[in-house]
Structure formats: structure tokens, C-alpha cells
Design a protein around this ligand. Sequence first.
Ligand SMILES: [Zn+2]
Length: 264
Amino acid sequence: MQVRWEYLTPADFKALAQKEKLCILPIGSLERHGEHLPFGTDALIVHTVAVRAAQQEPCVVFPPYWFGQVHEAACFAGTVNFNQKLLLEMLETLVDQIAGNGFEKILILNGHGGNTHFLQYFAMSQCDRELDYTIYTGFYQGERFNAVPWETQLQGNLGGHADEIETSLMMAIAPEAVKMEYQKFREPVDPLYDTSSLGVYTGYWWYALYPEHVNGCPSLASREKGEKALEAAAADVAEMIRKLKADTLTPSLQKEFYKRMRNK
Ligand SMILES: [Zn+2]
């Protein structure tokens, strides 16, 4: 079943939008993933998961959206950052445009850890304006995905970036884009500096911990593990879609909130 926005024809798009009312916006980044993975890794993974999930629980899937928060990788080639104001404005315009095409619900499905706080702030900031649609944000890794027994994690390293997990997923999605011969860093990659003793937040914490943008053990990756993980993630996201389609609480809360906002 075709669920990808960019491949749909007008009649099929309209039928799917009108019936399901939900669109997934898969968001990642353009960011260094060590030396062996492509810059688009996060968006490619989350888009693939969204498409597989939507084939189980139908909805429309927007093309991969590359422009997330990735200031922590500003010192590396391949990174594209927009200034904060533009980043938020682009996302706001995009969700309005998506909704204007006949959707009542938009799930911004995240594939890049660095987007988490940015997306939560974005979602919260939308309370200021009256929308005729509902915005949700979520991460593609759910219960089934987290139950996958990754070797690195069993060894006590959490991993999480250009690691066994992301490398396996990319081996399943685009094997030709994975260049294991370029992975020369010691594994698991040890943090270089530790800023936690300062007891405050610094924008350089990620760079301090993972200066080569590898966290974990990429050489433990395999295509088979990637396939299993994709299947688990797709089942997790399909369940998320089912719940959001059935959700009447959030839209009714929105209406109540707007009413009080108008009469405050
Ligand atoms: Zn990543």
C-alpha cells in the first residue's frame, strides 16, 4: 500500500487523508555519524520505520525532514543548522501546510536524540495559537524496540549514536551507504571529557563525551539485527498510530483550553 506523500496521486492522497486524518512527519538531522555512516542516518531510519508502520496501520507519511536541532555537530562537515527562530518558523509553517491538506492530527516522529527538547518546546509553544488540528511528538523507539537484546547494551554501554543499533538499521535500509572500512575508532568509544562535575548544563556536553560522534560499538552491527529492529520499531509505531487515531482526549482538551484562553 502506498503511504508516502511524495508517491501518492491526488485521488489516493485525498482518500487516505480523509479516511485516516493522520499524517506522520519523520524528522531527523544532517549530522556526522562517525566516519562510517551517512549524514542523513537519523531521518532515513525514522522515515523507513514510519513507512513500514503506516503499511500496517494506514496513514500518510511525509518525506524525510532533515532540518532538526543539531548545533552540537556544528564543527563537522555535513551539518546543516538553521538559526533558532527560522528552525521553529519552518516547522510551524510545515505543520500548518500539512494540516491544510486535510489532516486533523500530525505525529512528528523523531529519529534524532538532539531534537527531543526542541520538539517538546515546539509542541508546547503551539498552545499559544488556536489550531484546528492536533500535534503529537514521539520517538520511533518503543517497547518492542527497546527489548531487542543489543550486545553493546548487554556489555553495559548504552550506545546510541552511529553504534551497533544505528549501524545495523542502516545496513538493513541502505547497505551500500555503510562503509565499515572507515570505522577506525576504538570500541566502545570512551568519553573524552566529563563536564558533569561542574553541576551545570553546557552546550558542549555532547561534544565532550563523543568528540567523533560515535557512541557504542559499530562493529557489532549486522543486517539481520537491523531487520529485526526495524520490524520491532514498525510494530511500536503502528501501535502509536492506532492510539493517536483513537485519541479524542487531546482534541477536546485543546477546545477547552482555547475557550478559557478567549475568556481569561
Ligand atoms: Zn543518529
